[in-house]
Design a binder for this molecule. Structure first.
Ligand SMILES: [Zn+2]
Ligand SMILES: [Zn+2]
Length: 345
């Protein structure tokens, strides 16, 4: 089969490799789509703190059809559509024991330590099968939409930490795919006003189309003023940083109301150092949180949100590439053109 193999920073080889063999406790997934995310771009540039083993097939937003089921495996059928939660947590470490499997101290992740979705087939190792990382999915939803359950699961995790509720005013900084998913979760949770700040006009239009009440071009408008107007000078209940620009962290603190919540959802560029006016946290009693990755339960919620259409992902995949052009797909994703790029084997 063809696969996109990481050979070291800056080196991705799309080449012929052996078809994966499965053991009696494993499942073989035929990839229907693998959507590309900013993480893949950073992996390829060698910017990820957690490195990828050279020789690994990358790609972690994966959905497809079950091609083969090991003889000891129950609960799956050949031909069944399925989506894959990519974090195989160890279950034993201090984080896993505290219910934070998303922050597992020794995880195995598809596309990092075990071969991922930029291939025709993915072997689902026995521990991932046993942990229920593979979720049977609806046949009515195209795989390129099911694979978006992965980024949405991360947003579901972040959304829980942001504790958005009925009548909240929410500010979302950055309306890439992640911002658009957070926007929809905030609306589902009953937010009164969602304000989206995004320099790209096309993305602002899409956010408005998805239900954003106010969209702001931060290069031309004073976001702080817009938020002040929308809240009678009080500030937003919840601010979510969805783009990894370190300076935005302080902006987010300034936009939150006393007692408000700020979520540094995006990984920040470089070392992630950001100068903040910490007295804003002190005097305003802000709750500052982050969120990283997702749990299997978040993935399940995300999958059901997509399948039921409560979160709209149609229109989010703006570019499609065949597997042979996986490199071009990642470059397209890096260019910031369009919204989501899918590799369809
Ligand atoms: Zn991703
Ligand atoms: Zn663990």
């Amino acid at each position: 089969m063809i696969a996109a193999v990481f050979e070291g920073p800056g080196r991705l080889e799309v080449k012929e490799v052996e078809n994966p063999e499965i053991g009696p406790d494993e499942v073989l997934l035929e990839v229907g789509a693998n959507t590309v995310c900013g993480t893949d771009v950073r992996i390829l540039r060698g910017e990820k703190k957690r490195g990828v083993k050279p020789g690994t097939v990358i790609g972690h937003e994966i959905a497809g059809r079950i091609a083969r089921v090991g003889r000891n495996v129950r609960g799956y059928e050949e031909g069944q559509p399925a989506a894959l939660a990519p974090v195989i947590s160890c279950g034993r470490c201090a984080c896993c024991r505290r219910g934070m499997e998303n922050a597992c101290l020794s995880p195995r992740i598809f596309g990092y330590d075990t071969d991922g979705g930029l291939a025709e087939y993915v072997r689902i190792p026995a521990e991932a099968v046993a942990a229920g990382n593979l979720f049977p999915a609806s046949a009515d939803v195209p795989p390129e939409h099911l694979s978006l359950a992965e980024p949405l699961a991360c947003c579901v995790n972040g959304h829980r930490r942001s504790r958005i509720g009925v009548d909240d005013v929410v500010v979302i900084l950055g309306s890439g795919p992640i911002g658009m998913l957070h926007l929809q979760l905030a609306l589902l949770a009953g937010a009164r006003t969602v304000i989206v700040s995004e320099p790209s006009e096309a993305r602002r239009r899409f956010a408005a189309d998805l239900g954003a009440h106010v969209t702001v071009d931060p290069t031309r408008e004073e976001l702080e003023e817009v938020v002040s107007q929308a809240t009678d000078g009080f500030g937003a209940d919840s601010v979510i940083v969805c783009i990894g620009i370190p300076e935005l962290v302080n902006d987010a603190l300034r936009l939150a109301r006393p007692g408000g919540r700020v979520n540094v959802f995006a990984g920040l560029a470089g070392r992630g150092l950001s100068e903040v006016e910490a007295n804003l946290i002190h005097y305003n009693e802000l709750e500052v949180t982050g969120s990283s990755n997702s749990r299997r339960v978040d993935f399940e919620s995300a999958l059901r949100l997509i399948e039921s259409g409560r979160v709209r992902v149609d229109g989010m995949v703006t570019h499609r590439f065949p597997l042979a052009e996986a490199k071009e797909a990642i470059e397209k994703s890096a260019s910031g053109e369009g919204i989501k790029v899918a590799v369809v084997p």
